[in-house]
Each structure stands twice: as C-alpha cells, then as structure tokens.
Design a protein. Sequence first.
Length: 288
Amino acid sequence: MAKARELKGRIRSVQNTRKITRTMEMVATSKLKRAQDRVAAARPYAERLADVVRRLINPELAARYPILRQPEETRRAAVLVMTGNRGLAGAFNANLIRQGRDLLRDLRGRGVEAELHVAGKKGIAFFRFMGETLGTAVSDVGDRPSAHDAERLVNGLMERFVAGELDAVYVVYAQFKSALSTPPTTLQVLPVQTPEGGDEGRTVDYILEPGADEILGQVLPLYVRNSVYRALVETTAGFYGAQRTAMKNATDNAGDMLEALTRTYNRVRQAAITQEIAEIVGGAAALE
C-alpha cells in the first residue's frame, strides 16, 4: 500500500493547490472589476482632453512651446516600461518586457542613445538581472494608480525633453481591450503628437479666454501626464485580467489532475484488495 499512500499524499497536495488558485482567481476577479471601472472612468476625460489639444494646436503655436518640439533627428530617447509587481499572470509580464527590449534594440540599432526607466517589480528585477542601467525604478505603484504616480514617472522626463536633453519619450504598457486581450503597446508621449480624430475641429471658430497659447501652456503637460496615467490604469487592469485567466486555468488543470489521480488511486487500492483476497483464498485452500 506504499504506492496508495503516496498517491493519497499527492491528491491532498493538489487539493490544497486548487484551493489557493481558486482563491486567487476570486481575488483577481474582484480587483479586475475595480480596475475596469477606473479604465472606463479615465477614457472620457482623456478623449475630451485630446479633443481640446487637437483643436488648439497649430504650426504657429507649436513653434512657441518646447514640449511640441519636433527634432529633426532623434539622438537621445527614454523608454518607460510598465510591468506588474507580482507574477502568476501567465505571459503578461514577459510580453511587456519583450516589447521593451525590442524597442530598446530597435532604437539603439538606429544609433539612438536610449535610456531605460521601469515601473513594476517584475520589470525592475529582469532588467537589473540583464545588466541594464535603470534611470528610474519605481516599484511602489499600487493596485489603484493615481495622477500622482503618473507625475512621478513622467515629470522629470518632460523637464529633460523641454531642456533639450531628450528627443523622444516612449511608454510600453498593456493596452486593455478586454479581460482576455491586453496586447503590449508602445506609445510615444513626447514630443506631443496631434491626437488622431481628423481636422474637422480646426474649422470651428472659437473665442478663447484666456488665449489659446495660455490654455495650451496648462493643457499640454496635463495631456502628457494623463497619457501616462491611462497607461498605468490599463496595465493594472490588464494584469488582473491575465492573472484571473491564469488562475482559472490552473484551477481547471488541478481538477483534471485530481480526477486522474483519484482514478489511479482507486485502481491501486482495488488491486491491493484483490491481492489480499487471493492470498486468503490460497491460504484456505492450502489448509484443506
């Protein structure tokens, strides 16, 4: 019965593992719902803000704002990679890291001096292991990213861009399309590009108080910070979507393993019982 006892121990181990993965799936589902709500709340504001920028930017104003500077050649760039602080989310973190590495390789291959900034413990640990020098390593962004978190990440990069120390800033994040679709995405936040949406807004005659240049002076930095904030909340939602999927798959696999182990255990136990009965019958026959 040694094998039967071994199988019983494995069954208990898988049962305990299934309890843990099921609990983590439930927690991830709860946090995913809140993260989705934050994504949905951030989008209308971001769309309105992009609409304001799109309607106000024109070549004359663009020449007066360093944040709109379009360098003739990109010589120095910063890459901000966002990952999760925890694992157990399938390939979520690995995909973001791969996207960041590919972007760095592409920039450096074109002769651009690219520096790396990372938000998220998993990304920090990986790139440090690979020997990359990190300009910024932020590991304390929680489950509820705030505008302050976005400011911490991008304000210094924005100041360096305005001062001419950087020619471009890219953000690698998980674009949240659904709980099952969070592809790694690269977004260029600096220099500020005219948001997509057509040119129809520029034909409208507006009376602006104060003037467009003063409004842009406040709106443009806000637009950059909001882009980073949206990347943070979408990456957080993407992480919990990936974790929920991974934990559900793990729970289902544990159930399949339990079923297979239980069948094997029953066969081994039945074989042992049959052997004992055979020995008893054989002993009785010998006594006759």
